[in-house]
Design a protein around this ligand. Sequence first.
Ligand SMILES: C[S@@+](CC[C@H](N)C(=O)[O-])C[C@H]1O[C@@H](n2cnc3c(N)ncnc32)[C@H](O)[C@@H]1O
Length: 250
Amino acid sequence: MSTEPGSSYDEIAGMYHRLWDDWYLPAAMPALECLFFSEVRRGAKVLDLCCGSGHVTKELVARGYDVTGVDASAGLIEHAREQLPNVDFRVHDVCELRLEKQFDAILSTFDALNHILTLDGLREAFTAAKNALSPDGLFVFDMNLEEAHSVDLHQWAVTRDEDNVTLVRGNYFPETQLGLTELIWFTRETGAENSWKQHCSIVRERCYPQADILAALREAGFSRVDVLAAVEVGMHPQLGLGRRFYSVRH
Ligand SMILES: C[S@@+](CC[C@H](N)C(=O)[O-])C[C@H]1O[C@@H](n2cnc3c(N)ncnc32)[C@H](O)[C@@H]1O
């Protein structure tokens, strides 16, 4: 995925932070408890890869980890820094990531790596994670397989409060393995009684076949890989269908 000059998440940063705060993490908690938190000791150096606006980073900090967060979206990182001023946040494309230190563990959540749209890019991201991980470290991430798009998301889902109205719908194109999330949202103009600003954006994700993900991990140098279906580790099908958690070591 090209993240220069800006990430596609930049334009939706405020809306993403407002709308999806507190959605993924509670649903993923049983899986993360079992695959990550129980495996990584307090005080460990943890990299939150594609950390977004810091929903999961907040939990990592609360659990006593020494956290670094990386994301391609400067807009989302700004929100993350506001909430967690003591965390080392960096704006970076994971495919080109070179960090000066190594980590005891790396976590990448909420199908962030599906946003990388080429297999070469995915391989580069895994290689960057491998290089940033200490030899006995743990890398946990989740990705959506095609099955995640078997749910019909064609209808607009509407969320509204006093100052925001948001419409979201999804579409999947099997021939290109691309999932598109279309967003249209309206924000009330400050100081105006009934004036609204319209925004729209599209977020793209690619659903790689499991075999391609495993091959890319192998090529990046990871030899120990466990794969778990999210629904089998306690995630509700609404977010868990087609989602896999990967627990990976050198
Ligand atoms: C669905 S959000 C998940 C954010 C966060 N992990 C969470 O659980 O809230 C996907 C994130 O991946 C980031 N992202 C997508 N492609 C990226 C890339 N190539 N390098 C770094 N971050 C990327 C986006 O900016 C966005 O923050």
